[in-house]
Design a protein around this ligand. Structure first.
Ligand code: FE2
Length: 166
């Protein structure tokens, strides 16, 4: 009798890492983002909801954020290498969000992007979670929604919706 076998095709890669200098970098970024918010308190209305502040989207053009931007490029290069692609990398836009209690960012996609990223500078206790969905429309038509990360019988971690940000 033949046994049911399974192969996963069309994976969506998800990379993550802690930065070695995170403590100092976060302190530095917190100070600059706080000053930016104070200087431009209205910010922009994009995906931010509730009381969330959304900076202008030219963060990657600002010298003071070079320490973060350079880390992002390093990581994107690592992702390229691991994934076996070698496009010339650019950074279209980048912004900061400050999301106090009852704030969140609406579900959105990043069209025309090979990699998209999120970096957390500060995560107070009882903060919300990063919510990710499979960006491909096809699987969302057929696959039931999963609510937790789990390791399946093949030892794979199933990419899913709710990722707790530590
Ligand atoms: Fe985003």
């Amino acid at each position: 009798m033949s046994q049911l076998q399974r192969k996963i095709l069309f994976l969506t890669p998800f990379y993550f890492k802690d930065l070695p200098n995170a403590k100092e970098l976060n302190k530095y970024l917190f100070k600059h983002i706080k000053a930016w918010k104070k200087a431009e308190p209205k910010g922009e209305v994009k995906t931010n909801s509730g009381f969330g502040w959304h900076s202008p989207t030219d963060m990657n053009q600002k010298k003071e954020y070079d320490p973060l931007t350079s880390e992002l490029f390093k990581m994107a290069e690592e992702c390229n290498k691991d994934y076996g692609v070698a496009p010339k990398l650019g950074l279209g836009n980048m912004w900061a969000n400050v999301s106090p209690t009852y704030s969140y960012n609406k579900t959105h996609t990043h069209p025309n992007s090979l990699w998209s990223g999120v970096y957390y500078v500060k995560v107070p206790k009882n903060s919300g979670k990063l919510f990710l969905e499979d960006p491909r429309p096809g699987p969302n038509t057929y696959m039931p929604r999963r609510l937790t990360i789990f390791q399946n019988n093949y030892g794979e971690y199933v990419l899913t919706h709710l990722l707790k940000v530590e």
